[in-house]
Write a protein that binds this ligand. Structure first.
Ligand SMILES: NC(=O)c1ccc[n+]([C@@H]2O[C@H](COP(=O)([O-])OP(=O)(O)OC[C@H]3O[C@@H](n4cnc5c(N)ncnc54)[C@H](OP(=O)(O)O)[C@@H]3O)[C@@H](O)[C@H]2O)c1
Length: 188
C-alpha cells in the first residue's frame, strides 16, 4: 500500500480559503468527487485517512463523502455522530498500525489537513504528495507548512494541466523520510 496525499492550493500558496474551506471548493470548475483529477487519484485507493478538523464537516453533509473507502480519523475524542465503521484513534502510530492491519493491498488517501499530513510524514509514512495549483489568489488562509515541515524534501515526479486551468504536480517523498524504527522500507 502507498499513502498518498493530494492537496489543492491557491496560486499564492493557501490550502484553505480565508474562511477555512478546502481551496478546491472556491474554484468555479469544482464538481465534488469528479473534477480536478480526483477520480484518477482515487482509482486504487481503499481507505481515507484524515485529521479530526477535516473529518468533522462531513458529519453534516447530505451525502457521505467516502462511500467506497474505509475511513480512519486521527482525533483525541470520537466526534458525536461518527458512523460505527469509522476508526478513530488519538495516537498517530496506533492509527497507522490500524490502517496497515486493515489494508487489503490498495492505497490510502491521506486527505489532510496540514497538521495530519505533517504528522504522518514525520513518521515516514507519506509516500506521495500531489498538489493541485488553482488559478486563484486568496490573499490569506491556511498554508501546508508549518503543519508539514518546510524542510521536507520532495522529489518531482510529474505534472499535468487539468481542465479549468489548474495544474497538478506530483512529488515522491521516498527520499525525504527516515524509515520507521525496525521496519524495512518494503513494509512501510
Ligand atoms: N486544500 C485541500 O485539499 C484540503 C484538504 C484537506 C483539508 N483541508 C483544510 O485543512 C484544514 C484543517 O487542517 P488542520 O491541519 O488544521 O487539521 P487536521 O489535520 O484536519 O486535523 C487536526 C486534528 O487532528 C489530530 N491530530 C493531528 N496531528 C496530531 C498528532 N500529531 N497527534 C495527535 N493528534 C493529531 C488532532 O485532533 P484532536 O484535536 O481531536 O486532538 C488535531 O486537532 C481545514 O480548514 C480543511 O478545510 C484542505
Amino acid at each position: 500500500m502507498r499513502i498518498k496525499s493530494r492537496m489543492s492550493t491557491s496560486a499564492d500558496g493557501y490550502v484553505t480559503t480565508p474562511a477555512g474551506w478546502p481551496a478546491l471548493t472556491a474554484d468555479p470548475a469544482f464538481v465534488p468527487g469528479q473534477s480536478h483529477g480526483i477520480r484518477e487519484f482515487l482509482d486504487g485507493c481503499e481507505a481515507a485517512l484524515m485529521g479530526r478538523t477535516t473529518f468533522e464537516p462531513a458529519l453534516n453533509n447530505d451525502r457521505w463523502p467516502w462511500p467506497d473507502l474505509d475511513v480512519f480519523v486521527l482525533a483525541s475524542h470520537r466526534p458525536a455522530g461518527t458512523p460505527d465503521h469509522v476508526v478513530t484513534e488519538s495516537d498517530p502510530v496506533r492509527l497507522l498500525e490500524a490502517v496497515r492491519a486493515a489494508n487489503r493491498g490498495g492505497d490510502v488517501h491521506l486527505i489532510g489537513g496540514p497538521r495530519t499530513i505533517g504528522t504522518f510524514h514525520a513518521l515516514g509514512a507519506l509516500d506521495r504528495l500531489e498538489l493541485v495549483v488553482l488559478p486563484l489568489l486568496f490573499g490569506g488562509g491556511m498554508q501546508l507548512t508549518p503543519g508539514l515541515d518546510p524542510a521536507a524534501g520532495l522529489a518531482f515526479e510529474s505534472q499535468r494541466a487539468l481542465p479549468g486551468g489548474a495544474v497538478e504536480i506530483a512529488y515522491s517523498c521516498e527520499g525525504s523520510r527516515a524509515p520507521l524504527p525496525g521496519r524495512p522500507a518494503s513494509q512501510r
